[in-house]
Write a protein that binds this ligand. Sequence first.
Ligand code: MCN
Ligand code: MOS
Length: 765
Amino acid sequence: MTTVTMKAKRGDASDGGALGSRLSRIDGPAKVTGAARYALEHRPAGLCHAVIVQSTIGAGRVKAIDARAAEAAPGVLLVLTPDNVLPLKSASTWLGTPGPEGPYLALTHAIRFTGQHIAAVIAETFEQATAAAALLNIHYEEAEAIATYDDPRAGDGRALDHLAAGWGEAEKVLAAAPVSLEATYRTPREYNVPIEPHGLVAQWEGETLTIWEPSQWINGMARTYAEWFGIPYDNVRLVSPFIGGGFGSKALALAHGAIATIAAKMLKRPVKLALTRPQTFTAYGGRPATRQTLALGATKEGKLLSIIQQGANETSVDGVWGEPLNAVTTIMYAVPNLASRQTVVPVNTVLPSALRAPGENPSAFGIECAIDELSYEVGIDPVAIRLLNYAEEDPHARKPWSTRQLRQAYEAGAKAFGWEKRSPQPRAMRDGSHLIGWGVAAGTYPVRRTAGEAMVRLFADGRAEVASSGIDMGQGTYTILAQTAAEALGLPVDQVEVKLGDSTLPGAPVAGGSQLANLMTGAVHKAAMTARDELVGLAISDPNSPFRALQANTLSVADGIISSPLGGEGLSIAELMRRLGRDKIEVLSDTLPETANSAADKHTTFTTISRMRSPTEGDYSLHAWCVHFVEVRVDEDFGTVRASRVVSALDSGRLYNPKLAESQWKGGIIMGIGQALLEEGVVDPRYARVINNNLGDYLIATNADIPDIEVISVGVPDFHASALGGKAVGELGIVGVAPAIANAVFHATGKRIRDLPITLEKLIG
Ligand code: MCN
Ligand code: MOS
């Protein structure tokens, strides 16, 4: 099995394709022509098909499963139930801490939520497996389920001390503040719904396991599979060169992955398992429902004196997912007194998890609506009140920002939007039957840092290759790594091939937390510069080189040609390699600290998140920033809300590829519009079940919902944040969009909606 390679076509890079240029995605042609093969398109010989059966009750036990009819159905090879499923070893958590005690059971008798996997049918064909799955006779012992945290039986939950923060005397100062307001903001359950649903193809050959599975974290998932089966890490090969979106949902090995690999082992045949769209809603948890009460105290002039926040989010009954609701609250404004606490409330749901900007996203909804409310309370423009309370340093970590171009973002965004033409009063702007509202909100996303590793090879024909197990789910990794290597090696970008997404390649940490671009460009740049130095070293020392006896620092490499500024003919890299008799120069390098370079350190760095450095580790506080200006049109007759214009100004430091960064930002803004106006997992309290578990009923933004979006980059290179000066991009754009829309809706209608999504019954009711 060969590894997929992506390369720019000649002519793609009219501007040379160097880092910072607007090269189009080099994986684009393979995707639009269908040449890119996704995980579930692999058909190893002897492939059979697994279909999952999920619980229809929210709590209780599987008393018995009568599988006789299913087993007797045509084509059926195996029916897996809690009674016969192979127990796996407990795998360590993503933090690298020991997992739960006892074996890991991919199917259990105990039922903790509706839609939990309780059986699987494996058959020769998908249709046979589907038909037989319907023949399972399942007997339950039902217990009472708690559907949501609004059920009084759910209680107040338990405090998460690590999410508490505070300084000063928040309560006392709030009580004495000349102006104060308090409100509760809520976001519903939201789902990742990538276009490519979850699934995998698993194949055993003796004690080695090959898995084709869409993955945001090749090394981390391979580690989990290896630990589950008690086999060496190197016995697992996880392959994921293309991913049809993940948005946080494809970073971990999940129960359905265990089921498919168990079935493949038991049957000694490759097994394919594709979840149906409804099954994806409970095979993995999306963003939990959140609520937060915010109290703001301020002077009459609008200067913040105190913030008190009490947040809560739903979690499952068997695990803790804390959605950090103060992630933005604690750093956005200069506030002398703050107290923030959070609880998690267990309910009968699948364990929630990461969805684009977990924490920052709902956090911004709270604080950015609250500051807007304060602006009306004290009669100040919403942009002005934000500048009045501008944080010159990180008020929480009490460290200087590395860079914070947020003031520039307000200025550039306001100017491009035409903010000065805004009438301050709500309901003051109108176009026929449309009330028009203009709203603003800010957002931020931290710069997280983990080390990476990369292989760079320079071949005798002048081509180069970059290899890493880091992934590209659409964000642009292939492209920016080709650009990075091209720039460092002095090659045209169409001479660089990139291989990604295979656990046999050099290691990379999770493509989560918007860290991959910064860390991988750093690793590739380091490897490529070493390769270039080696080439130049040979050029000046080899007796067969025309450059022998020149100084290394006098040679330059550009466009694949090595030349000396002292004059004389340049020589192509290929020709030099030929004269040197070299078939390649190969450099494997990593960005781990020099002191920590053992194989065990690498394994820990790439397969757990324990080595990820926080944004405030070190002398500076590292964050990306943004401001969104949004216009909405509210139809008074129909109560409909549409976002009609968006201008956003964003600071992600240096952009490795502005075209792709803009596309990432816009993608986030589009998701933010969906979140504000459409997205909501509706829970049926009787069955503790999300009832709109399909793309017909779980509404996400489509083209018709999206206006022109203008994005403006205000970043400057930030070398505290990363080796090449970039900050986070992938999750930044979504943060702050929903509050900007809620604020615009208030400006249009005079009605404050604090509960997403903003639907017409809330506007009218
Ligand atoms: N970039 C840039 N300049 C920078 C930083 C990034 O030009 N200084 C561009 C590059 O094209 C890079 C991309 O932005 O490939 C994203 O970089 P980064 O912010 O480092 O994010 P990651 O590569 O770590 O990607 C993960 C991030 C996350 S966490 C989610 S969630 C998310 C997202 O990216 N899910 C996505 N963007 C997505 N985009 C697509 N198409 N599909 C998803 O599932
Ligand atoms: Mo992104 S939600 O950190 O994968």
